[in-house]
Design a protein around this ligand. Structure first.
Ligand SMILES: Cc1cc2nc3c(=O)[nH]c(=O)nc-3n(C[C@H](O)[C@H](O)[C@H](O)COP(=O)(O)OP(=O)(O)OC[C@H]3O[C@@H](n4cnc5c(N)ncnc54)[C@H](O)[C@@H]3O)c2cc1C
Ligand code: HEM
Length: 404
């Protein structure tokens, strides 16, 4: 337990650390990967290149230091990060490595401020945070292990179906090689793939949201081919090299973004592009679970060729009175204008739907590219929707939605 004095010492160094900005985490990652190169098999190095992960870690540490006397404020963030960590099989002893490089980074970048007293206070503060994570992560590992059909660590799965859902998105259905059942998950949660292949410089973990409701036997994920420069490693590997009959290691489902409503709660699901996967799992669950209140599924994508699961969603909306669908194509193709499988063009604009989707108790779940998420968040906040009714997932390191 930190003393009042130690808390004050840690907090007195915050302005200095804040002024160093991301330089401090870049230095931290640089020295950590140099001295502990085995961690390159855990971290997604493309997130290091994009700068997103350094910002996420830096913000988390500063936020924790700021709220040392009231860590309950950070409970939601800690829950999200702990789930994320389990998707990389983070182990207790790895916290010592991270802690060591954090303190060395402070010592190297702020030699004048890094007195033994300051380093000791930071060491204790870090140890306190690490203990919270280690404890929560063990609970998540243990609960997956104890669940019916559950497991701990890696389990071998075989691909039993591979189906193109659009020009860019392909679904992969996995069944355990041991022939046993699989644990249920909460719609919205994700799986982690553990991938080693001679074509990859490092072992890689990737998260993919489960795109169908739980069925006890198989898991379905739906993956967008990332064709940027350089091309996405794992999405292209899955699309080009993994076929029915091939095997891969999966970690148990996890994640703090999941459907949590009763049968009388109105639900609005909003997705942009491949962000539809967790929402589709929720929609399928809502269609099978006897949900009574209205469910609006609002989806935005480029055009008809990139519109995955179009027929499935359309048929749910046609067959079930409480399910409603609305689709935006940013730039419809000539063929789309003939079929008219969309409701509006351009970017997502909720204004015309306000009367049909907004109730005092509506819960909103959304997922998509950052610009989409920020646009949705802004529009819902303009309607004064309370943050407690907004639930979202980003397909990468967490970021705030309040920026432009
Ligand atoms: C909770 C969660 C759920 C997710 N669910 C899904 C899902 O359902 N479906 C789905 O398709 N995806 C999902 N994702 C995203 C998925 O995990 C991967 O991030 C995605 O497939 C890209 O991985 P990749 O290996 O193909 O690309 P990576 O190799 O990780 O590259 C990602 C991007 O970084 C760029 N990049 C790589 N190296 C560099 C460099 N040196 N310099 C500059 N840029 C670089 C690449 O061009 C690419 O655009 C989810 C992510 C999370 C966190
Ligand atoms: C108290 C210490 C730690 C803090 C505050 C912390 C914080 C974070 C944060 C904020 C994220 C981003 C979460 C998100 O996107 O939602 C993250 C992800 C991650 N963390 Fe930690 N972490 C800590 C310890 C560790 C340790 C010990 C390891 C293993 C060596 C580790 C490995 C990872 C990995 C692999 C990711 C995912 C990175 C990615 O998406 O590229 N973390 N962590």
């Amino acid at each position: 337990m930190l003393s009042r004095h130690q808390i004050e010492i840690v907090q007195s160094t915050l302005p200095l650390l804040e002024s160093a900005g991301t330089a401090i985490t870049e230095h931290f990652y640089g020295r950590m990967f140099r001295e502990n190169p085995e961690l390159k098999d855990i971290f997604n190095l493309s997130h290091q290149h994009s700068g997103q992960q350094p910002v996420a870690l830096f913000n988390a540490i500063l936020a924790y230091a700021r709220y040392l006397d009231n860590p309950a404020v950070l409970a939601q963030a800690i829950e999200r990060i702990a789930h994320k960590h389990t998707g990389f099989q983070i182990r207790p002893e790895q916290y010592d490595i991270v802690g060591h490089h954090l303190l060395e980074t402070i010592r190297e970048l702020a030699p004048d401020a890094a007195t033994p007293e300051v380093l000791d206070a930071w060491g204790q503060a870090y140890g306190q945070l690490a203990a919270i994570f280690i404890g929560r992560e063990e609970e998540i590992y243990a609960s997956a292990e104890q669940a019916a059909g559950g497991w701990r660590g890696k389990r071998r799965f075989r691909l039993v179906a591979k189906t193109a859902e659009s020009e860019l998105v392909t679904s992969f259905v996995w069944s355990p090689v041991d022939g046993g059942p699989v644990m249920d998950f909460k719609p919205g949660q994700y799986l982690s793939l553990s991938v080693s292949h001679p074509s990859l410089a490092h072992h890689e973990y990737r998260q993919y949201s489960l795109s169908d409701a739980p069925n006890g036997n198989t898991y379905r994920i739906s993956v967008k081919r990332e064709s940027g420069t350089p091309a996405g490693q794992i999405s292209n590997y899955l699309h080009d090299h993994v076929d029915v009959g091939d095997e891969l290691d999966l970690l148990p489902p996890a994640g703090d973004f999941f459907l949590d409503v009763d049968a009388d709660t109105p639900v609005v699901l909003l997705s942009g592009g491949v962000g539809l996967t967790p929402l589709l799992s929720m929609l399928n669950q809502l269609s099978r679970s006897g949900h009574r209140a209205p469910v609006h599924y609002l989806h935005a994508c480029e055009n008809g060729r990139q519109h995955a699961f179009r027929d499935q969603v359309a048929s749910l909306a046609r067959d079930q009175e409480h399910i409603h669908s609305f689709v935006w194509y940013r730039e419809p193709l000539a063929e789309d204008r003939i079929d008219q499988d969309y409701d509006a063009t351009g970017l997502i604009d909720l204004a015309p739907l306000r009367d049909s989707i907004l109730r005092d108790d509506t819960q909103f779940y959304f997922c998509g590219p950052l610009a989409f998420m920020r646009a949705v968040y802004r529009q819902l906040k303009d309607w004064d929707v309370d943050d407690a009714r907004l639930h979202y997932e980003l397909f990468g390191p967490h970021q705030t939605l309040t920026g432009e």
